[in-house]
Design a protein around this ligand. Structure first.
Ligand code: PEP
Ligand code: MN
Length: 339
């Protein structure tokens, strides 16, 4: 339930309500807004406890949350979460463009593509060091060497880097190199990993599982937030449907749904969402139109020779052309920058 305090409630009254909640076995999450304080209480609510809290001094009302997700819900937090990565904000006015190859394939190649996407307008770099491949015989990533290359690319370009974390045993190592940790689609319901990520303060990019409902996906975010890390960015990357023309079916409608149900930023990955490079530009523009906070796309200097996901990778030239269109559309839809 949510306890909405009166706008003139004193610090002592807020403290009293919080202690009473803890006494009754609730987990307490304070949200101090400009107007008033809202206290999120996670635990077993009964009519009797609701009645009790409604009578405490300083309490305006008690609102039960019907949905299974609490801390992630918009009811709990009206203001939008802005995730800060260095000087970059995800969920703010600017549309973020994360770009790079599927996997870090080697130092020279990575540094070259990192520079190219930066020049074309990317605001963050991507690249997998640990790759979740369908076949155990496919390229599995450069692992630690890949992490070091990512860190060097950040040093050179000044752009933050994002990479996938697959195993809790790698957590400290990956976190020491990356700015944002990505939970891949296949790990969205790895609850142990999600809990461990809750111990960090690094932003977490949470991809939607290939067959996860919106509710299951938000519950995965709830795991991270309730374990202590509020810096969650949602990422729609397509779901599995009956159609096999595209690799996945990109659910653009998930963007406004996530915005309505939660306070978290959401980005779209049209590369994995479609599996076809020719669909990446139209779907990126659709993401801008749907109100996403950014996109993450795969770019490779020679897609036909990529060690993974070549068919969905843009060339640097196609990427540069797409970025121009994205910027124009974003400007147009956001009132020439005035939100
Ligand atoms: C990736 O971003 O490289 C990736 C493996 O994506 P997903 O987890 O969405 O399949
Ligand atoms: Mn990929």
């Amino acid at each position: 339930m949510i306890i909405v305090m009166e706008s003139q409630a004193s610090a002592a009254q807020i403290q009293h309500v919080s202690s009473k909640l803890q006494e009754k076995g609730f987990q307490v999450h304070l949200s101090q807004g400009i107007e008033r304080t809202i206290i999120g209480a996670i635990g077993q609510r009964t009519q009797a406890t609701q009645d009790l809290f409604e009578t405490l001094p300083g309490v305006e009302k008690v609102v039960p949350i019907a949905q299974p997700f609490k801390l992630a819900s918009r009811q709990f937090k009206q203001e939008r979460t802005r995730v800060q990565v260095g000087s970059i904000t995800i969920g703010g006015r600017d549309f973020q463009i994360i770009a790079g190859p599927c996997a870090v394939e080697g130092r020279t190649k990575y540094l070259e593509i990192a520079q190219a996407v930066k020049e074309a307008g990317a605001t963050m770099l991507r690249g997998g060091a640990f790759k979740p491949r369908t076949s155990p015989y496919s390229f599995q990533g450069l692992e630690k060497e890949g992490l070091k290359i990512l860190a060097e690319a950040r040093e050179i370009t000044g752009l933050p880097v994002i990479t996938e974390i697959m195993d809790p045993r790698h957590l400290d190592e990956v976190a020491s190199y990356a700015d944002i940790l990505q939970v891949g689609a296949r790990n969205m319901q790895n609850y142990f990993l999600l809990r461990e990520l809750g111990r960090l303060q690094h932003p977490i990019l949470l991809k939607r599982g290939p067959s996860a409902t919106i509710e299951e996906w938000i519950m995965a975010a709830e795991y991270i937030i309730s374990s202590g890390n509020p810096n969650v960015i949602m990422c729609e990357r397509g779901i599995r449907t009956f159609d096999s023309y595209t690799r996945n079916t990109l659910d653009i409608s998930a963007v406004p749904v996530i915005k309505q149900l939660t306070h978290m930023p959401i980005i779209v990955d049209p590369s994995h969402g479609t599996g076809k490079w020719k669909l990446v530009e139209p779907m990126s523009l659709a993401a801008v139109g749907a109100g996403a906070d950014g996109i993450m796309v795969e770019v490779h200097q020679n897609p036909s020779e990529a060690l993974s996901d070549g068919p969905q990778s843009l060339t640097p030239e196609n990427f540069a052309r797409m970025v121009k269109k994205i910027k124009n559309l974003h400007l147009l839809l956001n009132n020439n920058g005035e939100q």
